[in-house]
Write a protein that binds this ligand. Structure first.
Ligand code: GLN
Length: 283
């Protein structure tokens, strides 16, 4: 499939209204079919990497996540078909890995409306796809978030989380976090900038615990959320460039393997070392 040209976000940053009460949600997330047939599909063709709505959701270089996942897969000799899906296009349902980035409040509302109307990402989740979301994208995957009009807007319900608006200052700055040991990932480094505060239900686990920074902003030290093959984080950076092990994790899930052939990480390691050291310095 031809890749449509990437365009800059045409929308303006809106004014933030106040936050309403938090609702209660059922603790069980929607059922996602167990993964099956992914490695078979992969061996037949190529890794289908879908970058969702570059025209609305790509703040702080989150598009770099697609570049890094593509590069890490190619370094392992995989054929990669990268599909950039603009918000006026249907989201394909047969992708292997879906990436969705951050955005300002108005584009976030528009993206959530279009994704809900389209349902392609929901169908992909039902097919067992891997979905990695950042900031606004993460909020959209939840049950609901508070939009730029101060309304409680439904999300896709793929993660058992919901997002309100923090009363205090925006969460801005570099983050260091220890990931859930089950994911077997090194320390996460990233950059956060959000007003949203995300509450986790029983149907997800925190992606990480912050050592420096705010993460979900709830004050409990949690950062991001995950279940099965669906992940959400507040970390930009882009997060894959600072943490190539996260990109490798997604590729391993897509291939249904426990390990990948080694691939050079010299530049990633230099960036990691620089940011981790800078983050530890007092401001
Ligand atoms: N608009 C959302 C918030 O401020 C997400 C911001 C972002 O994606 N960086 O919470």
């Amino acid at each position: 499939m031809a890749t449509p040209p990437f365009q800059e976000n045409p929308y303006q940053q809106p004014v933030h209204p106040g936050a309403p009460q938090q609702p209660a949600y059922p603790t069980e997330p929607p059922q996602v079919r167990p993964q099956s047939g992914r490695s078979q599909r992969m061996s037949e063709s190529s890794l289908r990497l879908v970058w969702v709505y570059p025209d609305l959701l790509s703040t702080y270089g989150d598009r770099g996540n697609a570049l890094v996942v593509e590069r890490r897969a190619r370094q392992r000799g995989l054929n990669v078909q990268r599909i950039d899906v603009r918000s006026d296009q249907a989201v394909p349902t047969s992708g292997d890995i879906y990436l969705i980035g951050g955005g300002e409040d108005r584009p976030q509302r528009l993206a959530a409306e279009r994704l809900a109307a389209d349902q392609g990402l929901v169908r992909a989740a039902e097919n067992g796809a891997i979905i990695f979301s950042v900031c606004a994208g993460y909020q959209i995957l939840g049950h609901e978030f508070l939009n730029d009009r101060g309304e409680r807007q439904p999300g896709l319900g793929l993660l058992d989380v919901w997002t309100g608006r923090g009363e205090g200052a925006r969460c801005v700055g570099d983050v260091l976090a220890e990931t859930d040991p089950q994911l077997n990932l090194p320390q996460l480094t990233g950059f956060e900038n959000h007003q949203g505060v995300t509450h986790l239900g029983q149907g997800v686990k925190p992606l990480a615990q912050v050592q420096v920074g705010r993460g979900n902003g709830t004050g409990d030290g949690t950062e991001g959320a995950w279940r099965d093959t669906i992940f959400g984080t507040y970390l930009h950076g882009p997060v894959m460039a600072r943490n190539p092990a996260v990109a490798d994790m997604l590729i391993k899930l897509a291939l249904d393997v426990n390990a990948l052939p080694p691939a050079d990480t010299t530049w990633y390691d230099a960036l990691r070392a620089e940011r981790i050291s800078a983050t530890r310095q007092p401001a």
